[in-house]
Design a protein around this ligand. Structure first.
Ligand SMILES: [Zn+2]
Length: 614
């Protein structure tokens, strides 16, 4: 067998013979699959390698994985078989057989029998005794040497099987799309276990350990699978939403909502799934009419994950939203700031007092920046206290307080007690009102370094926001050291980005620095598997920093307009968020379109403020 792999390696021009031999030997020793071992080690390009193998073994190769007649496939090939052995059933017979197979029992759901063959996947059909044993089931595998899988499949499936091959990534994706997350567990649960509520109450007082599933199928395991899948897909939120006749599960990934495939009939478990989530978050499971908030502490691969849970009673039933707060590692490098901004930020972090304000709308990544700054400053000899609404990430060694208006623990009240506790550094989740702003100003003037956020679009707009709140201009100029505005843009997928072509003159017209080296990259149409066909993977922040220099202090005190302040700032080296964005386009991290979309509002608002203040 080794010869085949070496031959493919040679043909693909990958001379890593030693690595291949090592993988084969180690797989044999550990009684693991050689194919999995080779793929896990990234020795080969997955697609090329498996296609080469298919050719060598004379097995047909699936260029496009398309499942036809999904319901029938799920019926013939159980989720347990498909998920356990990683097999993807593709089609059952051809169009003509589908029509003959139509079962009158399913008439309620069935489309007319004269539907076009192309619609086959929407059509219902049960199995009829007559066609059994003749119709072939086509199944894709990526490990043709997995004899156990082939054996089990032929025992469990009562039809001849036609094997083909495709890449692992595509097969695993296909299995999940066909069956839905947690389908194997779901199938077993439906196959006759009692859904007594007691069994949901596992680990009530302990951390919920996601990777510690018991062998047995249960709602507990099913819910864990949904959460684990979300984490694997880097989702930030999970929404479990009852619809009129179905239960929908959506993940938010990179800011966009994606509906995920779930097992058919998942509605049968709706109340158990929701009850389990409420138990995990220590909520009152009997209370279904009022919204509730809770938390879950999860553990996956020894990593702690904090989950904030909110239930909302809707007319169709209770919906549950989970926000997954990964215990991120915060450090300045991860913010990816350009040198200009990074140098200024590092200077700010060395100060012993003053206010640093981060501005931007909700969802612009302000919290990540705040937490990063605090993490940089978090030393044994520094006392850091925060007041937040709510505490999104826990930082070791930092005293964090959550605002609780219901017991009158407001930002203002919390802050006053914080300051009595002699901190060096204070972080205020948001500066919402004059009371909070005034306490912050006083704190900074009495030797504290204060970080907070403001709800304005650009950096310089923060000045008028504070004075509009009622803070005296001379206090703004005396206490605030910098306004840092930010937005998130999508990051280009490193695996598939391509160089873009723009019409003559377009880039100049939007102010893109064409005189600099390099053409802007764009997202590849259709993307690739790694980025879920979107062309983008993750997000990055673009910034604009306005330092309150002596010249700007003067302008603030004399009530100068935003435009005047901006002009002075630019003469002192200020870089607008859009210009910052162009730097990130030139380094191929994002696109012209992303930067334009993220910074257009900022320009409009800037214009409006100019009108207002002049
Ligand atoms: Zn991609």
């Amino acid at each position: 067998m080794k010869e085949i792999f070496l031959k493919i390696a040679e043909r693909n021009g990958e001379p890593e013979i030693a690595g291949i031999e090592k993988a084969i030997n180690e797989a044999a020793l550990g009684q693991r699959s050689i194919i999995e071992e080779l793929l896990n080690r990234d020795i080969f390009n997955e697609e090329d390698f498996l296609q080469g193998l298919a050719e060598e073994l004379n097995i047909s190769w699936e260029e496009n994985l398309k499942t036809i007649n999904k319901r029938k496939l799920r019926e013939v090939c159980s989720a347990q078989l498909a998920l356990k052995h990683r097999l993807l059933p593709l089609s059952f017979g051809d169009g003509s057989e589908l029509i003959e197979e139509e079962d009158p029992d399913d008439a309620g759901n069935a489309l007319p029998a004269d539907g076009e063959p192309g619609n086959a996947e929407h059509r219902e059909d049960g199995s009829s005794g007559a066609s059994k044993g003749k119709v072939r089931l086509r199944i894709a595998t990526y490990d043709p040497f997995n004899f156990l899988a082939r054996q089990t499949a032929s025992q469990m499936i009562d039809s001849p099987i036609e094997w083909s091959m495709a890449s692992r990534t595509r097969i695993l994706q296909g299995i999940q799309e066909l069956y839905g997350v947690g389908a194997d567990t779901f199938e077993q649960i439906l196959a006759g276990r009692d859904l007594d509520m007691e069994s949901l109450d596992v680990d009530r007082d302990e951390a919920n350990v996601l990777d510690d599933d018991d062998e047995e199928a249960s709602v507990v395991k099913f819910v864990n699978q949904i959460i684990r899948e979300a984490l694997e897909q880097r989702a930030t939120d999970i929404h479990v939403e009852p619809l009129h006749d179905d239960l929908r599960i959506r993940y938010r990934i990179d800011g966009m909502l994606h509906e995920i495939a779930v097992p058919e009939n998942i509605r049968a478990l709706q109340s158990s799934v929701i009850a389990r989530l409420k138990i995990m978050s220590k909520l009152d499971i009997a209370e279904r009419r009022l919204p509730q908030d809770g938390r879950i502490n999860l553990s996956l691969d020894d990593q702690q994950i904090d989950v904030r849970v909110a239930t909302i009673p809707t007319v169709e039933g209770e919906s549950v939203s989970l926000r997954l707060l990964n215990q991120e590692k915060f450090n300045l490098d991860r913010l990816g700031m350009i040198d200009h901004t990074r140098e200024r930020v590092e200077e700010l972090l060395k100060m012993s007092n003053g206010i640093v304000l981060i501005t931007g709308p909700t969802g612009s990544g302000k919290s990540t920046t705040l937490y990063t700054f605090l993490s940089e400053l978090n030393k044994p000899e520094t006392r850091i206290v925060t007041i937040e609404d709510p505490v999104e990430n826990k930082l070791d060694g930092v005293m964090q307080i959550a605002v609780r208006p219901e017991i009158d623990l407001t930002f203002g009240r919390g802050l006053r007690s914080i300051l009595r506790g002699d901190p060096n550094i204070v972080m205020i989740g948001e500066m919402r009102d004059l009371e909070t702003a005034e306490i912050a100003v006083r704190a900074s003037l009495t030797g504290h370094l204060v970080f907070s956020t403001l709800h304005t679009n650009d950096s310089i707009g923060g000045i008028s926001r504070l004075t509009d709140m009622g803070v005296e201009p001379f206090l703004v100029s005396a206490s605030v050291r910098a306004f840092l505005a930010q937005r998130l843009v999508r990051r280009l997928c490193p695996s598939c980005k391509v160089k873009g072509e723009y019409p003559d003159g377009y880039l100049e017209s939007i102010g893109f620095p064409t005189q600099l080296e390099g053409q802007p990259s764009v997202a590849a149409e259709g993307g690739c598997e790694r980025c879920r066909q979107s062309g983008y993977l993750g997000r990055l922040a673009i910034y604009e920093i306005c330092l309150v220099t002596p010249a700007i202090e003067n302008l603030i005190v004399t009530g100068a307009s935003t435009a005047q302040i901006k002009e002075t700032a630019i003469s002192e080296g200020f870089i607008t968020m859009r210009e910052y964005g162009w730097q990130k386009v030139l380094s191929s991290d994002t696109t012209v379109e992303e930067v334009l979309a993220a910074t257009t509002v900022e320009l409009n608002v800037g214009g409006k403020q100019h009108v207002l203040s002049s």
